[in-house]
Design a protein around this ligand. Structure first.
Ligand code: 3PY
Ligand code: ZN
Length: 629
């Protein structure tokens, strides 16, 4: 180690050292407690075994059934939309999609399905294991939605993974199908507005690492907040799929704010702004079947772009909604394998395929293989039971509360964590009330989070709507709510409710420009230097992640130093640790597998520390862990 310290010392490297070099540099004798990859993993396993996974607590690892792997297809990889797109480029590809008679499917199993069902916790290892099989067995999809939305920060924050690495693995495994991500316009993959150059840089890197289709939306349907993203996606030669977020009910004449004309006007504006495809983003599952028919028909009349419809099953009507949309000529629809479908997720791809039997627009798919894929996802879903709590049956209350599918499971968890778990029905009602107080806004990340924060604030403090108006000047509103009324996410359609805005801002001035226009550009080289000094990675992707989520990125970097790359652990071990006497193989890289056996766990000493003894590649290894119970 001493020799390494000398060899790595900057003065030694640059030749600035004399005979007193060693005497003048006492730090050469400081040896960093470097641990090898295996030892770091043992520390993680020991900690999880003793203390449990954060948020779900210690539980003996259950006896899960073995994984049902889809069969290995010997057939060569069929060409798909990726080759078509690379050959035609965005404009011509968009025309090609428009000209298809058959409806195309986007598979959301890898992003929105698990974001909506179990708080985005699906680990890379469980996806990448079968991504290549999906590419072979289900090759004629429009796209795989596998990145963006909440997956970016959750990967770092809760799964201790590198989301960029996940994307690269997908690209390698799936060379024939377009890879799609969800991008929150000026909010990128975050919950706030970012400087324009941060958004552009992020898009450049996402494109470089493998994203083909960027579904761009804004949480207030503000085109102002999407221009930069659309422009950069187009600069990269990628597909700009731009979304109108659907809220309210075009069939309800008593609530005319978001009527059919509103969506038609917006779709035309998106076309003018450079969209290659128009997405209807029904993030809560509010689009009723007849409304879908009317809306898709109207948008098909209004623009010459393909229409890609996204919805959530929640109410139980979504597959019927898709059926009507297909009748109206929708070009692409979003679905997930059955085992990850329904509830707050997308409708089942398997069911939809069969549901279109006899319909002239039924796509040609390998239904048996889709079933095998679903069986696989069904076999790994129990691993996530610690976070997988949404009801599997339809709930039409979504038509009242209008909470996005991706928010539902998260807000419920959040409510539980602040002791409001038993007031969930009330929370859903107050959520609707808050939406109306805010002027009936589009609710999707991050605007939905603002409504959620205000809701929890009111329920927790037992505040009625009237209380807010009567004693608002004495209340300390959540930061996200104050920033929202300052205009930091932009301005909602038809503006803010002035009376409430005044109460919440307490004299603070709202910004009058697009949020991105008032944020200083970031100096990426400066950030690189900062990360270097802190001893973190300094790739462009790391810098981008740090610009979006400084604290999350730093915590992840520290975690990595301490525990290494835990993404290589199988999911039961990741969440539950090991049982005494159990042996697991851990492949840390191709051809390098560690064999780990848990031998015993001591009683805690008076400081609360336990010793966890493993057999590691045949050698005994003891790890000290503080028991936090
Ligand atoms: C996200 O922004 O993560 C969403 O899924 C919105 O629907
Ligand atoms: Zn969604």
């Amino acid at each position: 180690r001493f020799l390494m310290n000398v060899l790595e010392h900057p003065d030694f490297v640059s030749g600035h050292c004399n005979v007193n070099f060693i005497d003048e540099h006492p730090e050469l004798f400081k040896f960093k407690a470097t641990r090898d990859r295996g030892t770091k993993l043992l520390h993680y396993i020991a900690d999880i075994t003793v203390n449990g996974y954060t948020g779900t607590g210690a539980e003996a690892k259950p006896n899960f059934d073995s994984i049902e792997l889809p069969s290995t297809l010997e057939c060569s990889l069929a060409e798909g939309t990726k080759q078509k797109f690379d050959e035609l480029g965005p404009e011509e590809f968009s025309k090609w999609v428009f000209a298809q008679d058959k409806v195309m499917f986007t598979d959301t199993t890898w992003r929105d399905a698990h974001q909506s069902l179990f708080a985005t916790r699906l680990r890379t290892i469980d996806m990448v294991r079968v991504a290549g099989k999906a590419a072979r067995g289900v090759p004629n999809l429009f796209s795989l939605e596998c990145w963006g939305g909440a997956t970016f920060d959750v990967a770092y924050r809760f799964l201790h993974e590198d989301p960029w690495e996940r994307l690269r693995m997908f690209r390698k495994e799936v060379p024939n199908t377009l890879l799609q991500m969800l991008l929150r316009g000026a909010n990128a993959v975050g919950y706030t507005s970012y400087p324009d150059n941060v958004v552009r840089n992020f898009i450049q890197l996402a494109a470089k690492n493998g994203v083909d289709v960027f579904r761009v939306f804004d949480s207030l349907n503000s085109l102002d907040n999407m221009h930069i993203a659309i422009d950069e996606v187009r600069n990269q030669g990628k597909l700009a799929e731009v979304a109108v977020c659907y809220t309210g009910d075009i069939l309800d004449g008593s609530r005319p704010k978001y009527n059919l004309q509103y969506y038609v006007t917006m779709a035309k504006e998106l076309h003018k702004a450079g969209a290659n495809i128009i997405a209807i983003k029904d993030m809560a599952g509010l689009l009723k079947p007849q409304a879908a028919y009317n809306l898709v028909s109207a948008l098909k009349d209004a623009t010459s772009l393909p229409i890609h419809l996204h919805t959530h099953e929640g109410s139980g009507n979504a597959i019927y909604t898709y059926g009507r949309a297909v009748d109206a000529g929708v070009d692409v629809i979003d679905l997930a394998y059955s085992a990850f479908a329904n509830g707050t997720s997308q409708p089942s791809m398997n069911s939809m395929y069969y549901g279109l039997t006899g319909h002239s627009r039924q796509p040609s798919m390998n239904a048996e293989y889709m079933q095998e894929m679903s069986d696989y996802f069904g076999s790994i879903r129990p691993y996530y039971r610690g976070v997988d709590h949404t009801a599997p049956y339809p709930n039409t209350s979504v038509y009242q509360h209008e909470m996005p599918g991706g928010q539902y499971s998260n807000l419920q968890q959040q409510a539980k964590s602040v002791g409001l778990g038993d007031r969930w029905s009330e929370i859903k009602k107050v959520y609707h009330q808050v939406n109306m107080m805010f002027g009936d806004i589009v609710k999707v990340t991050p605007s939905s989070k603002v409504v959620g924060d205000m809701t929890l604030f009111m329920v927790q403090n037992n505040l009625t709507e009237q209380d807010i108006y009567d004693k608002g000047d004495t209340l300390d509103f959540p930061q996200s709510v104050v920033e929202f009324f300052e205009g930091r996410l932009g301005v909602p359609y038809q503006g803010f409710p002035e009376k409430l805005q005044k109460i919440i801002l307490k004299g603070l001035k709202a910004i009058s420009k697009r949020p991105g226009a008032v944020l200083q550009p970031v100096d990426f080289e400066h950030v690189r230097h900062e990360l270097e000094e802190k001893g973190y990675n300094t790739t462009d992707e790391d810098i981008s992640a740090y610009c979006l989520y400084p604290k999350v990125y730093e915590d992840w970097s520290k975690f990595r130093k301490q525990f290494g790359d835990v993404s290589v652990l199988d999911t039961p071990t990741f969440f539950f640790g090991m049982n005494i006497g159990e042996t697991i193989p851990v492949t840390i890289e191709k051809g390098k597998t560690l064999i780990i056996k848990l031998l015993l766990i001591s009683e805690p000493n008076e400081d609360g520390d336990r010793v966890v003894v493993f057999e590691f590649n045949g050698q005994p290894r003891s790890i000290k862990v503080h028991d936090k119970h």
